[in-house]
Design a protein around this ligand. Structure first.
Ligand code: UD1
Ligand code: MG
Length: 443
């Protein structure tokens, strides 16, 4: 659709969310709801998108950038909200989709169907037949044509019996949209300017109005955290299914949590209870063991992580790296074939290829004010329970003795250790034990 635009309504306060965050900013699969709507509209080929927001919503303005925003100061209804976008739309005369920021699961295909219907009709409404029509607006269809939308509050018993409901989404011919909106009033049960009134007004002017039907699951609106959780469930199910269709094994799909942008290679195995935050890329033949948590991370081919691995932003594991249990990695490149197998923290670091990091190794990267870098060379061997006080460099094929605190660079091929000298006391333990045992027997 070359000539289409969209207006997303997102000025509502979302009081039922009980949140200081604007409702449409609440994330689904790691991305604000409103950005799901934007992405699906873009996939349907919509180029120009404007978002109607409330006053004092700078975070929302930023989240939808570079798309334009219009501020609706007083929230006087959905029709009033669309009118707020008039200047931003600047006389656009192609098809204009109107979508809600809190209805994030409408697929690109559904938006495309509305746009296609919009080439023949002046107003196209996305209708659906929900399980429970509840308080949705009702679509009054006579002789196969959409005659009006009646809000539940204003509907007669006969109209309330209609099971074809208004999803809220419409596609309107751009040249007609604002002239129609300028004709609506707030003479109704809610005292609001209803967007839905444009249907009856359009018909009275001899314009054509039709309905395209959609599926209830896509049209779930989010008004509370309970509905947010339902939406998350539906989105997760879709992401899990896509992952499996594309060649990943999810051992327990229901306990794998994806982000909207998780990328998995082929023959990836994901054990139960794994969380993918945003910006994770996983190469082919990777094995992610149970209870691992990943965000903003890249895994090369053949990597094995977990169980209980924590990969934080900037973790970059090259091919065949192994990261074991209770290992945390942040902003660090782990080069090909290196191993960090147990109980370690590697942050602000580079670990060279084939290096071996012993259990309990800590990069001490922070002095309370600044962060510093640790560089570990190719093939280096870091003994267990080592503290590497950054900034520090360990050369290629160097060894560090277990239990060391290393604060100066170690040259390639050297051994470094800071261990206190060991003293052995011959027979001491035996004597001590028998004297203590004798005291205890007397009591
Ligand atoms: C609307 C429809 C109803 C439909 C239902 C589907 C109207 C008059 N009614 O009712 O037919 O069945 O959606 O969910 O359109 N908004 C603003 N500014 C406002 C008012 C609303 O930006 O002044 C935004 C809200 O943030 C929300 C959307 O518009 O994203 C819908 O508003 P809402 O109050 O939820 O409309 P409903 O009463 O549910
Ligand atoms: Mg609503």
């Amino acid at each position: 659709m070359s000539n289409s635009a969209a207006i997303i309504l997102a000025a509502g306060l979302g009081t039922r969310m009980k949140s200081t965050l604007p409702k449409v900013m609440h994330p689904l699969a790691g991305r604000p709801m409103v950005n799901h709507v934007i992405a699906n509209l873009q996939q349907a080929g919509v180029k120009q998108i404007a978002c109607v927001i409330g006053p004092d919503m700078p975070a929302l303005e930023k989240a939808v950038a570079p798309h334009k925003t219009a501020v609706q100061v007083d929230r006087l209804g959905t029709g009033h909200a669309v009118l707020a976008a008039k200047d931003v739309m600047d006389g656009f005369d192609g098809s204009v989709l109107i979508a809600f920021g809190d209805t994030p699961m409408i697929s690109p295909e559904t938006f495309s169907r509305l746009l296609s219907a919009g080439t023949d009709a002046d107003v196209v409404v996305l209708g659906f037949r929900p399980h429970d029509p509840a308080a949705y607006g009702r679509l009054v269809v006579t002789e196969g044509k959409l005659k009006a939308i009646v809000e539940y509050k204003d509907a007669s018993d006969e109209e309330r019996a209609i099971n074809l409901c208004n999803s809220g989404v419409m596609c309107v011919r751009g040249s007609k949209l604002f002239p129609l909106l300028e004709k609506i009033n707030n003479d109704n049960a809610a005292g609001e300017y209803y967007l839905t009134d444009i249907v009856a007004i359009a018909r009275s002017q001899g314009l054509s109005c039709t309905v395209v039907e959609g599926n209830e699951d896509e049209l779930l609106g989010v008004n509370s955290r309970v509905e947010l959780a339902k939406a998350e469930q539906l989105v997760q199910d879709q992401l899990r299914e896509n992952a499996m269709i594309n060649g990943a094994t999810l051992m327990d799909p229901a306990s794998t949590h994806f982000s909207y942008d998780t990328q998995l290679g082929q023959d990836v195995v994901v054990e139960p209870n794994v969380f993918f935050g945003p910006r994770v890329t996983v190469g082919d033949n990777v094995h992610i063991k149970a209870f691992s948590h990943l965000e903003d991370t890249s895994l090369g081919k053949g990597v094995v992580i977990g169980p209980y691995a924590r990969l934080r932003p900037g973790a970059d594991l090259k091919d065949n790296v192994k990261v074991g249990n209770f290992v945390e990695i942040k902003k660090a490149v782990i080069e090909e074939g290196a191993k960090v197998n147990h109980l370690s923290y590697i942050g602000d670091a580079r670990v060279g290829p084939e290096a071996n990091i012993g259990a309990g190794t800590i990069t001490c990267n922070y002095d309370g004010f600044f962060k510093y870098q640790t560089d570990i060379g190719a093939g280096a061997f870091i003994g267990s329970n080592t503290a590497l006080v950054a900034p520090v460099k360990i050369g290629d094929n160097a060894n560090v003795g277990a239990g060391s605190t290393i604060s100066k660079d170690v040259e390639a091929g050297d051994l470094s250790l800071t261990r206190a000298p060991q003293k052995n006391f011959v027979g001491w333990a035996k004597k001590f034990r028998s004297s203590q045992a004798a005291k205890k027997a007397k009591k």
